[in-house]
Design a protein around this ligand. Structure first.
Ligand SMILES: Cc1cc2nc3c(=O)[nH]c(=O)nc-3n(C[C@H](O)[C@H](O)[C@H](O)COP(=O)(O)OP(=O)(O)OC[C@H]3O[C@@H](n4cnc5c(N)ncnc54)[C@H](O)[C@@H]3O)c2cc1C
Length: 495
């Protein structure tokens, strides 16, 4: 680079740094030539006045995007599940808690429909909306691990992989999901099952405090002593009570190496593998995560997979997993000692952003022969269908049913099935085939995980929260009486 180019570049960089360039880009290229049509919480149409939107944009440290912001808006409106192609009126890309508060107040004053986005992985597309505002937390990516106190402060745009890696540096693990790019925020608020949850609990069981902007725009701190009702509600009650701007987690001494991976069997041996798994998992200690399911195989035919992670002493783990590896005639066995963060990314392939997915899930408390027959004999033969039982129990069941808002503590597994639709024309076929299979399975379930089954009736949502519903409703009445935060497993306020 010659001196002149260097000077020009340096000046340009200086100018860019001194101006709120991102924000200017969002507003100027958006050319707010006119008012913006929008939608209220009740679905009626309103107009957001140009001046009010510009004032709102000016209050933010982050960007405010509108449908006329071009590529930035197009990129920001996309969520993980490609089945949801929505067009919000506004996307507030928040840079901090103050931005979140401004966005909540702007929305509440206008009864504007609100979606809250962390990692964007909502299966049912609840983190986006048509005509409302998306409070987009994805720019908030900060993490600070405190090795002395064994704590991790995490901002709400953080993905599981980022927390896993920061924790790894100190030899810690906080349970996050089994696909590494899933958001920590939505996952934790709904529960949060991971490969080490049988040992260390749900993500929400590791949550020690939050900062949260409630519907009146106030930023509050909640923990065991301060706002204990809110603290109770955010551990399993989803996004009902406000926008969490910071999560404080326990960091457990674990890893960085674990023993894990998959053993693959032919679909011809499906029933035998399920029976083996059912007996084996029944006696598993809490260091062991062992799940079972079917997935489309490399050649297109389905394969049966036993998925494992042992997070205890590695030598002991080899012995514990030996029968799993010796059972039957596996087509493949990739169980090995590896970094926990590597295993955490092992399911990522094929699950990137834009996948069109429809799924159902429910908890099981036993694996009876009837259930195994129902799983095998009615198998969804769609080439893109999958089925999985994720193991639960262990430390998850140590927590009392009403100690947190999370409503199902006695399960041994989370049974899930879904179908990926190759394109929009095949969405309905994928939905129908999943629902048809689920009809055979649902009667074996006892409650469901709100993070994986949100497209259900209000009646079902209420009954799923079981003994926690009354307290959840009280918390909702206190902090969100107008139900501003309703795109979630919604608890309707009663005031
Ligand atoms: C590929 C894939 C793999 C998954 N694997 C697992 C798994 O192994 N274990 C598991 O437990 N779950 C798993 N899930 C489900 C996952 O827990 C949910 O999809 C969860 O909502 C993802 O969180 P997110 O922040 O990415 O989602 P988002 O779509 O951003 O948010 C989902 C909802 O959470 C609420 N929300 C998000 N952030 C905030 C916030 N800061 N404050 C208030 N409310 C907020 C909102 O109601 C929002 O609609 C998986 C999902 C996918 C798509």
């Amino acid at each position: 680079m010659n001196r002149r180019t260097f000077c020009k570049t340096a000046i340009a960089a200086g100018v860019a740094a001194s101006l709120p360039l991102n924000r200017l880009l969002a507003i100027e290229s958006g050319a707010l030539a006119s008012d913006i049509p929008a939608v209220t919480l009740s679905g009626s149409e309103i107009t957001l006045e140009k001046a009010a939107v510009e004032e709102f944009a000016g209050s933010l440290r982050g960007q405010l995007l509108t449908p006329s912001s071009g590529g930035a808006y197009e990129a920001a409106r996309r969520v993980w599940n490609g089945m949801f192609d929505k067009h919000p009126a506004l996307i507030a890309r928040c840079a901090g808690a103050a931005d979140v508060s401004h966005a909540v107040k702007f929305a509440a004053e206008r009864n504007l429909l609100v979606a809250v986005r962390g990692g964007g992985h909502s299966i049912s597309g609840k983190s986006t909306c048509d005509g409302g505002i998306v409070i987009d937390l994805s720019p908030m990516q900060g993490i600070r691990v405190d090795p002395e106190r064994k704590r991790a402060w995490v901002q709400p745009g953080v993905l599981g992989v980022s927390l896993d890696r920061e924790n790894e540096y100190y030899g810690f693990i906080t349970p996050m999901g089994t696909v590494s790019h899933t958001g920590a925020a939505g996952l934790t608020l709904g529960g949060g099952f991971g490969r080490t949850s049988r040992k260390h609990g749900l993500a929400c069981d590791n949550l020690l405090a939050v900062d949260i902007v409630t519907a009146d725009g106030t930023l509050r701190h909640a923990n065991r002593k301060e706002n204990p009702d809110l603290y109770w509600g955010v551990r399993g009650g989803g996004g009902n009570f406000g926008v969490v701007t910071s999560f404080l987690y326990r960091a457990n001494v674990a890893g960085p190496m674990v023993l894990g991976g998959a053993v693959v069997h032919s679909i011809d041996n499906y029933k035998e593998v399920l029976k083996f798994w059912a007996d084996f998992q029944a006696t598993a200690t809490r260091e062991l995560y062992i799940g079972v399911g079917t997935f489309p195989g490399p050649g297109g035919d389905p394969i049966v997979v036993i998925d494992t992670c042992w997070c205890g002493d590695l030598k002991k783990g080899e012995k514990v997993l030996a029968p799993v590896r010796a059972f039957g005639k596996p087509l493949a066995d990739d169980i090995k000692v590896q970094r926990y963060v590597t295993l955490q990314a092992s399911n990522d392939e094929g699950l990137g952003h834009g996948v069109r997915e429809y799924m159902k899930s429910g908890f099981i408390t036993e694996t009876s022969d009837d259930l195994i027959d129902a799983i095998v004999e009615n198998r969804n033969t769609s080439p893109t269908a999958w089925f999985f039982i994720m193991p639960t129990g262990g430390a998850i069941s140590d927590v009392g049913l009403t100690d947190t808002a999370f409503p199902v503590r006695n399960a041994i597994g989370n049974m899930m099935t879904g179908t990926v639709s190759p394109d929009a024309t095949q969405d309905q076929a994928a939905i129908q085939s999943t629902r048809a299979y689920w009809k055979h399975l649902e009667s074996h379930t006892r409650g469901y995980y709100i993070n994986l089954n949100e497209d259900v009736t209000e009646k079902k949502t209420r009954s799923n929260f079981g003994p926690n519903l009354a307290r959840l409703t009280e918390v909702k009445n206190s902090y969100d009486p107008d139900n501003l935060f309703r795109l979630n497993a919604n608890i309707r306020p009663t005031v």
